[in-house]
Design a protein around this ligand. Structure first.
Ligand code: CP
Length: 334
């Protein structure tokens, strides 16, 4: 594997191979597999899980890593192409990325969406620009429109829980949040569940429809896997017989880039907080998933998050095993 940017770059069998490797490394550690290898981690946006799990993954495989982020004592990094750099930033990403990469055998990059222009974010332009400056294998640690490491871990979590692929009912639900959040996780999640062969329903209020390109990509994956992808604003219909409720907030796609209009649109939507009543018509063992971080009492009730339905800690732990598999495939043979 030369890079890990999108689960869609792999076929179903390749994903299953990666997951088998993740399971193998979980039960049979290989503490010398990446001896002498270095992973560079460039965080242009904040993180807890991704930062910690990649560092832990490298240590468990016998390698090392270093972290660079704008919060550290570094020169400010400019990302805009063609800019005259007469402001605060003293370093451009065009030099910073190849320099950081030159110290490492692979590089992970995180750069969230700007959330100003939908087409710009859907094209993942900023991330794709950075890809061009990398001379070593690249791992997407969350870009404007993708979060493949989260999706691989979520797939593994459902496998661990014996949630069926074909015939499994997966609901990706929009949830209330006071801030305008990116489309990366919903986009990656709807595709992952479709690729896993599940019957996927995107449940969201009016104005928060996922863009056609995201839905089309997921539907193409479903066609290959035997799954299906639908979208509705009818909560009762969506939740009936669900096996997974995956909650996530995202920006209004009707008012993308217009913070005031978005906030106005979500003002009366604070009942989109997953509580026990959401599970009234689901299957008895329906699980609650979320990528974290999550706002308690806003996105999900304490009762659900602290109760037996919640698998958020398993998802977070599986980030490490999933990424160990990715790192092993990229670096063990180089
Ligand atoms: N889920 C996830 O990527 O968490 P962090 O933002 O903390 O890395």
């Amino acid at each position: 594997m030369k890079e890990f940017n999108d689960l869609a770059d792999l076929n179903g069998e390749q994903v299953k191979e990666l997951l088998a490797l993740a399971n193998r490394l979980q039960t049979n550690p290989e503490p010398r597999a990446l001896e002498g290898k270095v992973l560079a981690l460039l965080f242009m946006s904040p993180s807890l899980r991704t930062l910690a799990s990649f560092q832990a993954a490298m240590v468990r495989l016998g390698g090392g890593s270093f972290v660079i982020s704008p919060d550290m004592s570094i020169h400010g990094i400019e990302t805009r192409p063609g800019i005259v750099m007469d402001g605060v930033a003293a370093e451009h990403i065009r030099e910073a990325v190849p320099v950081i990469a030159s110290y490492a055998d692979a590089i992970g990059i995180r750069a969230f969406a700007e959330r100003r222009n939908l087409d710009h974010d859907l094209d993942d332009r900023e991330f794709n620009n950075m890809r061009e400056y990398c001379q070593v294998p690249l791992i997407n640690m969350e870009s404007a429109i993708n979060h493949p490491c989260q999706s691989l871990a979520d797939w593994k979590t459902m496998d661990d829980l014996s949630v069926p692929g074909n015939g499994g009912k997966f609901v990706l639900s929009w949830a209330y949040h006071p801030r305008v959040l990116p489309l990366a996780v919903p986009s990656a999640t709807v595709h992952m569940a479709a690729m896993r062969g599940m019957d996927v329903t995107v449940l969201r209020p009016e104005g928060f429809e996922l863009p056609a390109s995201i839905m089309d990509k997921a539907r193409q994956a479903a066609q290959l896997s035997g799954g299906s992808v639908n979208e509705t604003n009818n909560r009762d219909e969506a939740l009936e017989d669900a096996q997974i409720i995956y909650a996530k907030s995202w920006a209004s796609t009707q008012h993308y880039g217009n913070r005031v209009a978005d906030e106005e649109q979500r003002r009366d939507l604070n009942d989109w907080c997953v509580d026990e009543s959401w599970f009234a018509a689901t299957q008895d063992n329906c699980r609650f998933m979320h990528c974290l971080p999550v706002r308690r009492g806003v996105v999900v009730s304490d009762q659900v998050l602290d109760g037996p339905r919640s698998v958020v800690i398993q998802e977070a732990q599986n980030r490490m095993y999933a990424q160990m598999a990715v790192l092993h495939q990229i670096l063990a043979s180089t």
